[in-house]
Design a binder for this molecule. Structure first.
Ligand SMILES: Cc1cc2nc3c(=O)[nH]c(=O)nc-3n(C[C@H](O)[C@H](O)[C@H](O)COP(=O)(O)O)c2cc1C
Length: 183
């Protein structure tokens, strides 16, 4: 099955999370994963996908302008129902724990629902999710550095485990769904 992952990222935090999601999806036999920064992602690729995962840095509790501009190019696909019944999932990073993670995830999910997509979150039986995850997708905090000279606070191993869990879950469900749809 084909899985498309598109992300916005200015300083690499969300990009690192996107790579972990791709890694998790690729761990499922038969998954072909395409991963692109939003500047290189092509909306014309989407109708050939079985699952689409998109994510961004949370900007004031909502979708970053870069990813929103790209999502706003999906009108043609929406008008023709091209994304109906595709599996969808979302992810984001923020700088503070209460800096709008779940608001951003919900804002990322909304256009998927308008497209008729089937949303996949992360349930509580994912071990890392019980510790500190979200049920709406993967949302993690990468705290701002104390000084501009400090190395960047990138996602932790637990954060990346959540990413891998989401990617794997999407791929497993897409595989099951394709089997049922075609069988
Ligand atoms: C315009 C703008 C708005 C932001 N708004 C928030 C915010 O409301 N809450 C928060 O915690 N972080 C906010 N941030 C910080 C980013 O979400 C955070 O640093 C993120 O991890 C950056 O990801 P990236 O390195 O992939 O670009 C904002 C950053 C920018 C540039």
């Amino acid at each position: 099955m084909n899985i498309y992952i598109v992300y916005d990222s200015e300083d690499g935090h969300t990009e690192s999370l996107a790579h972990s999601i791709a890694q998790g999806a690729r761990s499922v036999t038969g998954a072909r994963v395409i991963l692109h920064h939003v500047e290189r992602a092509d909306v014309h690729d989407l109708d050939k996908m079985d699952a689409i995962i998109w994510g961004c840095p949370g900007h004031f509790g909502s979708i970053s302008a870069g990813l929103k501009t790209w999502i706003d190019k999906l009108g043609y696909l929406w008008a023709h129902g091209k994304l109906v019944d595709k599996i969808g999932a979302v992810f984001c990073t923020t700088a503070t724990e209460h800096g709008g993670i779940e608001a951003t995830l919900l804002n990322l999910i909304t256009p998927m629902l308008h497209q008729g997509m089937i949303i996949v979150g992360l349930p509580a039986n994912v071990p890392e999710n019980v510790l500190y995850g979200s049920y709406y997708g993967v949302g993690i905090t990468c705290r701002l550095e104390d000084s501009p000279d400090d190395p960047p606070n990138m996602p932790t191993e637990d954060d990346l485990a959540l990413g891998r869990a989401l990617g794997r879950r999407v791929a497993l469900l897409a595989g099951k769904f394709i089997g049922r749809r075609e069988g």
